[in-house]
Design a protein around this ligand. Structure first.
Ligand SMILES: [Fe+2]
Length: 187
């Protein structure tokens, strides 16, 4: 891991950028034949966020099971639409070897990051903003308000994830999950 990733003080969600509908950026039709960097992932989710014809018919909400739909998958990147209610909660997780990006297209998301000294640090990401992160990133996402929708991309494509739980003895544990398993808080 680059030392800059360990010394960076601003959280990825604090560096979220406002995206403009008419900005030129990386779209699905221009993907390179290689894994994407985190700036490219952020450009990709912003591009898809600005093209609602590709995802608006998939929007639905469910408190019991978070609604998600695959928008694209190839050898280097996968893209998902996620629909959130305030009840939906990923729990603490990582993305194994994948970098990722999130563009919020409606409502607002809450990202929490875990610190050993101060517990959870909360950042809110409103509609029209996008952020990205490397494989070192551990977070927890919730919908902040009803009707929140976001576009997510991962490169290399998400195959496994780490889901975190605290044992009865207070020890943090990581469980390896398949990307087909739903992230949710572990007791
Ligand atoms: Fe995540």
């Amino acid at each position: 891991m680059a030392s800059s990733q360990l010394t960076e003080r601003a959280l990825p969600a604090e560096r979220a950028v406002e995206y403009e509908p008419d900005a030129a950026r990386l779209g699905l039709a221009e993907l390179p034949d290689r894994d994407l960097g985190i700036d490219e992932l952020r450009d990709l989710v912003a591009s898809i966020a600005c093209d609602p014809d590709t995802w608006t018919h998939l929007v639905a909400f469910d408190d019991e099971e978070r609604v998600y739909a695959a928008l694209h998958r190839d050898a280097h990147v996968d893209v998902w639409l996620l629909c959130w209610t305030p009840v939906n909660d990923t729990g603490w997780h990582d993305h194994d070897i994948s970098s990722g990006a999130v563009a919020v297209v409606a409502g607002e998301l809450v990202e929490n990051n875990l610190t050993l000294g101060d517990g959870a640090v909360e950042t809110r990401i409103g509609a029209g903003h996008a952020f990205s992160f490397g494989p070192e990133h551990i977070h927890r996402l919730n919908g902040a308000v009803p009707g929140s929708v976001s576009v997510h991309a991962y490169s290399p494509p998400l195959r496994r994830m780490g889901q975190y739980a605290v044992s009865d003895a207070g020890v943090l544990r990581r469980m390896s999950l398949s990307s087909s398993d739903e992230l949710r808080p572990l007791d």
